[in-house]
Design a protein around this ligand. Structure first.
Ligand code: SAH
Length: 358
């Protein structure tokens, strides 16, 4: 039973239908009943599994990419190594293990984690105890220092608003209540400056999603990298100017209705990488973009997989090979997941983006 549902129904009764972004924020981060605040959602026992939980190789490849960028930028002696939405801390732990041999990298790094969930902060504190991480409330709190940043499956968890195109206007999807149940409805169409540019690449009736929280976060990251140097790797499922309804709920590895059990299922939407790149544009950075499969291949995942395979036998070997396949195959995560890389415009390009463009 969802403890959150009656609270949301009552709020709608008092204030009227709510935006999807408000619904999503309540479901994910309500202090008592939010999905991320109440449970460890990852892994085979949880509702979904992310790349770092599939294989250590994911974090190893990203770690080497960031460490190479740190070396290429002259090995700044004090920098922020940051992650947005670190989950169980597995990705950061793998990055740190993989970069142990990079002389000076660990000594120069201050680990900063941006995490909203107290439950997950506690898990991260255990996983990363040896590295004395610091938690920040938001990307705005990132220090004024060179920034090397990771975000995997973070932007998909940020609340979205959703609109149906109606002529030159947009009808917003709202969550309403009928009796004790939640339903989708639509507001009357209005014109919206933030969606003006989408009139060029959509048709009447198309669904467009907009994530208001994304641009300020990208701005905070871009400002640090432009001013102090560094790099960012943002990995998520999505596309360049996606169209269509991608609002989804996952529960026990199955798709569910997003309105059925608020607070008990993971709610996400695909990431529109073009909107992220638009927020980068004013900051004189280089933005590189590719799909996860070519990215990992270019960073050497095949050689790393073969090396790890040498010490494995039987089911462990089969699981290892399946994990590599899952991360890289176009039929699995290799094409759906994209990587956006940011560096100062004058710095050497990031490794990993020389494969086919997505
Ligand atoms: N990066 C991890 C976890 C992805 S799930 C992995 O790849 O396994 C999303 C993560 O973002 C969780 O840690 C969640 O608690 C966090 N999160 C979601 N919304 C957030 C917000 N608005 N601010 C900070 N952290 C948030």
């Amino acid at each position: 039973m969802s403890a959150l549902k009656p609270l949301i129904v009552a709020q709608i009764a008092a204030h009227g239908p709510m935006r999807l972004s408000d619904y999503m924020a309540l479901c994910l981060l309500h202090p008592q009943h939010g999905y991320y605040t109440t449970r460890p959602p990852f892994g085979t026992q949880g509702d979904f599994i992310t790349a770092p939980e599939i294989s250590q190789m994911f974090g190893e490849m990203l770690g080497l990419c960031l460490a190479q960028s740190w070396l290429d930028s002259g090995a700044p002696p004090a920098f922020t190594l940051a992650e947005l939405g670190p989950g169980r801390g597995t990705l950061m732990a793998d990055v740190l293990r993989a970069t142990r041999g990079v002389a000076g990298f660990h000594a120069a790094a201050s680990i900063c984690l941006v995490e909203a969930s107290p439950a997950l902060r506690a898990v991260q504190a255990q996983t990363l105890a040896a590295y004395a991480p610091r938690w920040l409330g938001s990307a705005d709190d990132l220090p004024s220092a060179p920034l090397f940043l990771l975000a995997n499956e973070f932007f998909d968890a940020l609340p979205i608003r959703q609109f149906h195109r109606a002529g030159a206007g947009w009808a917003e999807v709202l969550v309403g209540a009928v009796g004790d149940d939640l339903t989708f409805g639509k507001a009357a169409p209005i014109s919206l400056p933030v969606l003006e540019h989408r009139l060029n690449d959509t048709r009447d009736g198309d669904v467009v999603e907009y994530c208001p929280a994304a641009a300020p976060i990208i701005t905070a990251i871009s400002q640090r990298i432009a001013a102090f140097g560094g790099a960012a790797l943002i990995v998520d499922y999505g596309a360049w100017h996606g169209v269509g309804d991608t609002f989804q709920a996952l529960r026990s590895h199955e798709f569910a209705s997003p309105l059925d059990a608020p607070g008990m299922a993971d709610l996400t939407a695909h990431v529109d990488f073009a909107t992220l790149a638009d927020a980068v544009a004013p900051h004189n950075l280089r933005a590189q973009y590719t799909a996860q499969g070519p990215f990992l291949a270019s960073l050497g995942i095949e050689a790393r997989a073969a090396r790890l395979a040498q010490s494995l036998r039987g089911p462990a070997l089969a699981a290892h090979l399946a994990a590599k396949q899952r991360l890289t195959s176009p039929a699995e995560m290799g094409q759906l997941f994209k990587v956006l890389g940011l560096t100062p415009a004058g710095a050497p390009p990031l490794a990993g983006f020389d494969g086919a463009m997505a």
